[in-house]
Design a protein around this ligand. Sequence first.
Ligand SMILES: O=P(O)(O)OC[C@H]1O[C@H](OP(=O)(O)OP(=O)(O)O)[C@H](O)[C@@H]1O
Ligand SMILES: O=c1cc[nH]c(=O)[nH]1
Ligand SMILES: [Mg+2]
Length: 219
Amino acid sequence: MGRVVVIDHPLAQAILTTLRDKNTKQIEFRKGLVRLGRLMGYEIVKSMDIETVEVETPLGVKAKGVRIRDLDHVVIIQVLRAAMPLVEGLVKIFANARMGVVSARRVEESHKPGSLDFDIEITYVKVPKILEDDILIVADPMLATGSTITSVLKHVLKYGIPKRTIIASVIATKYGIERVLRDYPFAEIYTVSIDPEINEKGYIVPGLGDAGDRAFGGP
Ligand SMILES: O=P(O)(O)OC[C@H]1O[C@H](OP(=O)(O)OP(=O)(O)O)[C@H](O)[C@@H]1O
Ligand SMILES: O=c1cc[nH]c(=O)[nH]1
Ligand SMILES: [Mg+2]
């Protein structure tokens, strides 16, 4: 069942503020995305099923604890290229995840007057088999028009239907979210902010600029 989670933890909001700042340089920008990936991982874990277990400590006594079974069933897909640092953070939490990549590009020339949407060129897809117990996390820091993520999901879900489908984004828009949930009503969108606008070039406003260019130093 679809839902939207805005991570309002002050640390996440502070890191996002650094990312938005035009004076933040490449290395700090990438580090910020890594840190947000880790925080997003914590937030996603909060929604996972937990079972109670018992272990024996070196003192020979029993201690009650928990096990998060879902941690063994995570599949992470990174959308090249801007998702790479975000995924570096996510795998610190989901160390055992099976992983895949999709290379997607917004075709800037496809932007038509009167429509926000872009055609998406997908040039490489490598996705592991997705099983019914899996939690699928598709990472892409920017969810602007939703053109990219809807195209990516179309490809990825051919590899199997998971128990949950999570989009891990940093900034989303209302337009993009509605588009994703219209096509994939079961999707769960995690984000740090929902920004109010998309400009005529398809950039989120106020946004943070071009995430790929800022993380990797140019187009
Ligand atoms: O919701 P949308 O309107 O589709 O926009 C979001 C996409 O735009 C950017 O990709 P871009 O094509 O710039 O590739 P890059 O990550 O390599 O820079 C970003 O990384 C998202 O994938
Ligand atoms: O604002 C935006 C929109 C899409 N992709 C980006 O990198 N930034
Ligand atoms: Mg880009």
